[in-house]
Design a protein around this ligand. Structure first.
Ligand code: S3P
Length: 171
């Protein structure tokens, strides 16, 4: 059975795409991102899907995107920050080499607090973040094989830490 070499989960802004690209380059494999898959399939931005059809519909699209990606992709795969909220999506990750990129609240506010393209943090970012992470932290931990802290680390350092934690070597 084919499966991704690494699956990255973690909150928005934790560096899943940047670190994922670096990891793919180092391992000599392709990078794939389910957010990008959804945007390409839908022909509209994720913020528009949230506004037009609601979060539940987005999570359905996301579960389908994760299902296809884990079945087809053998490189590095990054999931959207909220993908783990869906029980069906979490099930799809069972047994896979999932790395959770964690980040503390101050780092999060610094990185994504004022980014309006991220609809979940538009108002009162610090409190929103705490609430969001209280709900999500146990779910990230549940699906993760390894947890890698990203605070005060460069993307290169995080990528190295992921390789070390999963005991993977460069191509
Ligand atoms: C979301 C995170 C986003 C995107 C959508 C919802 C979330 O992905 O899937 O805006 O619920 O945390 P990134 O983590 O890639 O920003």
């Amino acid at each position: 059975m084919s499966a991704p070499l690494i699956v990255l989960v973690g909150p928005m802004g934790s560096g899943k795409s940047t670190v994922g690209e670096l990891l793919a380059h180092r391992l000599g494999v392709a990078f794939r991102d389910t957010d990008a898959d959804i945007v390409a399939a839908q022909g509209r931005e994720i913020s528009d899907i949230f506004v037009e059809d609601g979060e539940d519909h987005f999570r359905d699209l996301e579960r389908a995107a994760v299902r296809s990606a884990v079945a087809e992709h053998t490189g590095v795969l990054a999931l959207g920050g909220g993908a783990i909220l869906d029980g069906g999506t979490r099930e799809l990750l069972t047994g896979l080499p999932v790395a959770y990129l964690s980040m503390d609240v101050e780092e999060a506010v610094k990185r994504v607090g004022l980014n309006t393209a991220r609809p979940l943090l538009a108002v009162n970012p610090r409190r929103q973040w705490r609430e969001l992470m209280d709900a999500r932290r146990p779910l990230y931990t549940e699906v993760a094989r390894v947890v890698v802290a990203t605070d005060d680390r460069t993307p290169e350092e995080v990528a190295q830490a992921v390789l070390d934690a999963l005991e993977l070597k460069d191509a």
